[in-house]
Write a protein that binds this ligand. Structure first.
Ligand code: NAP
Length: 248
C-alpha cells in the first residue's frame, strides 16, 4: 500500500529519530514528501546509518541535541530561525525509562526520566509554537503511553512523565487552537524496539498475555497513526490521545 498523504513542502522535526518509533515516524514523513530534521541524543553512529540508508537523504538532516537541555534546545531553534526555515510538524519521540519500584527509586532516576520525557517535550514544543504560528499551520504530536492512565509497577517515574505529556498537550491545544495548530498524543503499548529489548523472555511472555491481541506492536503501526494526525485529514482533531496498544 502506498502512502495516501502528500506532505510536499512541509517541514517536520522528529526527536528521537535515530532509532525505534522515531525513525519509523521520520521515514514515513520522508516517504510522504516532507523535509525532516531528526534529533538524537548521542548515538551518532545510528544517525549516520539512518542518513546513509534513507532513499531521500537530501530531505533528511540529523542534528544532535539533548531535548532536556534548555541551552541546547534554544541554540537549535535559534539556528533554525536564522536559516529562515519554516516548521510545520513536531513529533516528540525522544524518551527513556529507568524502572524501579518507587520505594527503591533513586531521585536521579526519577529526575532524568522527567527531564527527558516531560521537560524535553515542553522545551521542544515551546520552541516550535512561534514557528508554527508564522506558518499558520502546526501539528504537535507527542509519544506518550497507556501507563499514563493505567500506571505500571516499577514505572512511577515513567508513568508520571507520560501523564504529564498528555496534560501538557491538552493545555497547549487550548492555547493554540485558534492558530490552526493541533496538539495530540499517541500512546503506543508494547512496541518492538531497543526500548524494551532488555525485558527477560518470561516477562515478555507475561506482557504478551496482558495484550488482548496477544502480540507486541511494530513501529510502523505507530508511525502510521502519527502520519494521520499530522495530515490534513486530522485538521479538527486536537487535545486527544490515540492509543495504539492492541486493546491493552
Ligand atoms: P528507542 O528505540 O530507545 O529510541 C529512543 C530515541 O530517543 C533515540 O533516538 C535516542 O537517541 C532518543 N533520545 C533519548 N534521550 C534523548 C535526549 N535526551 N535528547 C534527544 N534524544 C534522545 O525508543 P522507542 O521505543 O522508539 O521509544 C520512543 C518513544 O516512544 C519514547 O518516548 C517512549 O517512551 C515511547 N514509547 C515506547 C514504547 C515501546 O514499547 N517501545 C511504548 C510506549 C511509548 P540516541 O539514539 O542518540 O540515544
Amino acid at each position: 500500500m502506498g502512502i495516501p498523504f502528500d506532505f510536499t513542502g512541509k517541514r517536520a522535526l522528529v526527536t528521537g529519530a535515530t532509532r525505534g518509533i522515531g525513525r519509523a515516524v521520520a521515514e514515513n514523513l520522508l516517504a510522504a514528501g516532507a523535509d525532516v530534521i531528526g534529533i538524537y541524543a548521542s548515538n551518532t553512529e545510528a544517525a549516520e546509518k539512518f542518513k546513509k540508508e534513507s532513499p531521500c537523504p537530501d530531505r533528511l538532516q540529523m542534528h544532535q541535541c539533548d531535548v532536556s537541555d534548555e541551552k541546547q534546545v534554544a541554540a537549535f531553534y535559534r539556528k533554525l530561525e536564522d536559516s529562515g526555515e519554516h516548521l510545520h510538524i513536531l513529533v516528540n519521540c525522544a524518551g527513556i525509562r529507568r524502572d524501579s519500584v518507587l520505594a527503591m527509586m533513586k531521585p536521579a532516576n526519577w529526575q532524568r526520566v522527567l527531564d527527558i520525557n516531560l521537560t524535553g517535550t515542553f522545551l521542544m514544543s515551546r520552541g516550535a509554537v512561534p514557528l508554527m504560528m508564522s506558518s499558520r499551520f502546526g501539528r504537535i504530536i507527542s509519544i506518550s503511553s497507556p501507563v499514563a492512565r493505567m500506571g505500571f509497577a516499577g514505572q512511577s517515574n515513567y508513568a508520571a512523565s507520560k501523564a504529564g505529556q498528555i496534560a501538557m498537550s491538552k493545555s497547549l491545544a487550548k492555547e493554540v487552537g485558534r492558530k490552526k495548530i493541533t496538539v495530540n498524543c499517541v500512546a503506543p503499548g508494547f512496541i518492538n524496539t531497543d526500548f524494551i529489548a532488555d525485558l527477560p523472555e518470561e516477562q515478555v511472555k507475561a506482557y504478551k498475555k496482558m495484550v488482548p491481541m496477544r502480540r507486541f506492536g511494530e513501529v510502523q503501526e505507530v508511525a502510521d497513526a502519527v502520519l494521520f494526525l499530522a495530515s490534513d485529514y486530522a485538521a479538527y482533531i486536537s487535545g486527544t490521545v490515540l492509543e495504539i496498544a492492541g486493546g491493552l
